[in-house]
Design a protein around this ligand. Structure first.
Ligand SMILES: Cc1ncc(COP(=O)(O)O)c(C=O)c1O
Length: 375
């Protein structure tokens, strides 16, 4: 029977306790949210929703075509200029998602005959970029600049080192300064995904490359998402103007994709302007993450020390992680639950996100619920 193998895969997933299901979120959910990536609490901020509504009224519901045909609006240009300037890069190009931005950056910067050196803990979108690219990928140990050096030593042609800045599963940071030095030593490019750094790390949330002194360097390219700290949707690649021009001509997820929707562009632009005006939001997100980690470990839970706004708590097994998250939900707390195959090391976790707008009382409640429901 056609697709019969799907049932076998589904049965195996059931046996392993790894079935995923969709749960609709009501607009007025009563749950305390430590699951979303809305790190600065901007997704529902009136300036951001108004930015989205204004843009949709002016430019329409969709951008009507590929950026190269009909889809480039003045709004895209404004967002690209302001985002590049804020993060310290020469130029930027926005995409319909961070996922598309990562596919674009990896594939366009790793031509046939090139070497890609990729951290074992990288996000799925970088991994998929490596799979699609014409270059050859070497996966190296997590956050290990020596392993990167060793891998770069094996290549003869162009090379690019690819890494998350803040890893999405455990919330730990990559050794960016050391990676930058290793790349320079070997004449390689450095491509970093700052999805979890923008809005949280660096002066006023300018991101991890800015904090590491790498923003604007001729051999450094960063990708970001507009869907986390900026409370919108979409992604961008930031880098030297010649790299951005190359992407316009070579990146298939730019050329063959409808441009970022006006509402998402307007919302991201409004969020960026708000962040420039209220830079303390970035520091507050980091402070909440540290406080959350301190309280969780004080109550005996095994949590990874956060380098940005993601706090990861270990669970004994995938089934117990799922039950733990469900028990939290039943007690009024939304938490993320990461388990294989989304986690490269096979360890299941609760994934908590610290939002800049969480109050002390909400933190107390979250830690109490997580402690009381632990398996
Ligand atoms: C590290 C990282 N990169 C890229 C993405 C993809 O971004 P987007 O959701 O905008 O497609 C995500 C999360 O979704 C992420 O965590």
């Amino acid at each position: 029977m056609a697709f019969g193998w799907i049932d076998e895969q589904a049965a195996a997933r059931h046996r392993a306790g790894l079935v995923r299901t969709l749960r609709p979120r009501p607009a007025d959910s009563p749950l305390l949210d430590l699951a979303s990536n809305d790190y600065l609490g901007l997704a529902r901020h009136p300036e951001i929703t108004e930015g989205a509504a204004d843009a949709a009224r002016r430019w329409g519901g969709g951008s009507t075509g590929s950026r190269l045909v009909t889809g480039t609006t003045e709004l895209h240009g404004e967002l690209e200029r302001e985002l590049a300037a804020f993060c310290g890069f020469e130029a930027a190009l926005v995409f319909s998602s961070g996922y598309a931005a990562n596919l674009a950056a990896v594939t366009a910067l790793a031509p046939h005959g090139s070497l890609i050196v990729s951290d074992a803990g990288n996000h799925a979108s970088l991994i998929d970029g490596c799979r699609l690219a014409r270059g050859t990928t070497q996966v190296v140990g997590h956050a290990d600049p020596e392993a990167v050096r060793k891998a770069l030593g094996t290549g003869g042609g162009p090379a690019v080192v690819v890494s998350d800045t803040v890893f999405s599963v455990d919330g730990d940071a990559a050794p960016l300064v050391e990676l930058g030095a290793a790349c320079r030593e070997f004449g390689a490019g450095l491509l970093v995904d700052d999805a979890h750094g923008l809005g949280v790390l660096g002066d006023g949330g300018r991101g991890a490359p800015y904090a590491a002194g790498l923003a604007g360097a001729p051999d450094v390219v960063a990708t970001v998402t507009l869907s986390k700290s900026l409370g919108s949707q979409g992604g961008a690649v930031l880098g030297p103007a010649r790299v951005i021009d190359h992407l316009v001509n070579a990146a298939r997820t730019f050329i063959f994709d409808t441009g970022l929707a006006p509402a998402a562009t307007g919302a991201a632009l409004a969020a960026l302007r708000l962040l420039r005006r209220e830079p303390e939001r970035a520091a507050r997100a980091r402070e909440v993450a540290t406080e959350l980690h301190t309280r969780l470990t004080a109550s005996g839970l095994e949590a990874v020390r956060p380098d940005a706004a993601v706090v990861s708590v270990r669970a004994p097994s995938p089934e117990q992680a799922v039950r733990w998250a469900a028990d939290c939900r039943a007690a009024g707390l939304a938490v993320g639950c990461f388990r294989p195959p989304s986690v490269p090391d096979g360890i299941s976790r609760l994934r908590l996100t610290a939002r800049a707008d969480l109050t002390d009382g909400q933190l107390d409640r979250a830690v109490r619920v997580i402690g009381e429901t632990r398996p």
